[in-house]
Design a protein around this ligand. Structure first.
Ligand code: FAD
Length: 349
């Protein structure tokens, strides 16, 4: 039989990662299971965006923030599995059994659900053969602005993300064109104004109907678009194609019937600010958890995580203190503090 963990955190976004850190701080044997190959959750969707609203932190790129979250999560060496989707959870005697899509089982005394927005997949372009260009110049997120310098770019989509990328890329690109299938864009008026002011060309009632490859068939060279009103089509040379058609949210995981947790809006788990759900031993944190006063932001995920882990601790050890000792006076950091201070002294000399 595999090891039984004190807590298994499901989801490796900000809430899950901070829970892994905090759970180590509370001395819990911790496992974290993430379905994607990379940790970071939704922040992976905006690696090149600056995040301003994390308390006491100067503006930081999403990509850098994820790196720091991961480093912090590993402070107390939790077991971390990536590329492992949790499918189903059941209760067996004293433990929970976690079944994954890979067909394996994990055992835990408690569960901390940090599945956020669920498993998010971009809505793909439905043109035949489009997927083969995903390795080259067909993009569903903007990972690096550098790639788009001096490029002829077409963006399909009329929402905030599409217009936002157009605004960000237009100063560095050769040209940016937005094509959108509907009559009017759905993005915020202010972003549309910004895009127009930045020289973005906007073509409504227009859909990409064909992608044609370059001579070695590896990348898109020509894009054909059709106007649904005039029925006219045109083909133009393009360097990069960005598709921003929103995201599909894959149903995350299920529980054995007796363990069902009530949901808000058919998705979010209804619980308390303490991270408790209606099921003893099952806690939640981050975007997936709904309670009065909830903050669906990064800073909210941290408070949720600390609360949920503290609830796990007192569930397992009812006589334990509700909160951890503050980090500035916590013995657990004594050794680490010494080595950090020594390194700082070496640098300053
Ligand atoms: C475009 C955009 C910009 C944003 N900008 C900001 C900002 O500037 N400031 C701010 O504070 N907030 C911002 N947010 C919100 C912030 O990103 C979220 O509040 C935060 O990511 C929530 O973290 P989470 O860990 O709860 O969920 P998520 O980040 O959604 O992470 C959940 C993780 O769980 C995994 N998972 C789901 N189901 C399973 C399963 N069955 N098995 C295993 N793993 C599973 C997912 O793959 C994912 O990695 C932004 C969000 C978006 C989309």
């Amino acid at each position: 039989m595999q090891d039984v963990y004190d807590v298994t955190i499901i989801g490796g976004g900000p809430a899950g990662l901070y829970s892994a850190f905090y759970s180590g701080l509370r001395g819990l044997k911790t496992k974290l299971i993430e379905s994607q190959d990379q940790l970071g959750g939704k922040v992976l969707l905006y690696p090149e965006k600056l995040i301003w609203d994390i308390g006491g932190h100067p503006p930081i790129l999403g990509e850098q923030f994820v790196k720091q979250l991961i480093a912090q999560a590993k402070t107390f060496d939790p077991t971390i599995l990536t590329g492992t989707k949790v499918d189903y959870i059941e209760r067996q005697e004293d433990n929970f059994v976690i079944h994954t899509a890979l067909g394996d089982k994990h055992y835990s005394k408690t569960i901390l659900l940090a599945v956020g927005g669920g498993i998010i997949n971009p809505q793909k372009l439905t043109l035949e053969g489009a997927e083969k260009y995903e390795m080259t110049n067909l993009h569903y997120t903007v990972q690096s602005y550098q790639r788009f310098v001096d490029k002829e770019i077409i963006i399909s989509g009329g929402g905030n993300a599409a217009l936002d990328w157009a605004v960000e890329l237009s100063p560095i690109a050769k040209n940016v064109t937005i094509v959108y299938r509907k009559e009017t864009l759905s993005a915020h008026e202010a972003t549309i104004k910004e895009a127009l002011a930045a020289g973005v060309q906007i073509e409504c009632n227009t859909t990409i109907t064909k992608l044609s490859a370059n001579t070695d068939k590896t990348a898109i060279q020509l894009v054909t678009c059709e106007n649904s009103k005039t029925k006219q089509s045109y083909t133009r040379q393009i360097d990069e194609v960005i598709v921003s058609h929103g995201y599909n949210r894959e149903a995350s995981l299920t529980f054995e019937e007796s363990m069902t947790i009530p949901k808000k809006d058919n998705y979010y788990y209804e619980g308390k600010a303490t991270g408790e759900t209606t099921q003893p031993g099952i806690f939640a944190a981050g975007d997936i958890l709904s309670f009065e006063g909830k903050i669906h932001l990064l800073l909210g995920t941290f408070q949720d995580a600390a609360n949920a882990v503290n609830s796990v601790k007192t569930y397992l050890e009812p006589t334990a203190y509700r909160n951890a000792v503050v980090s500035s006076h916590n013995e657990m950091f004594k050794e680490k503090n010494r080595s950090i201070i020594e390194k700082q002294l070496v640098h300053s000399n």
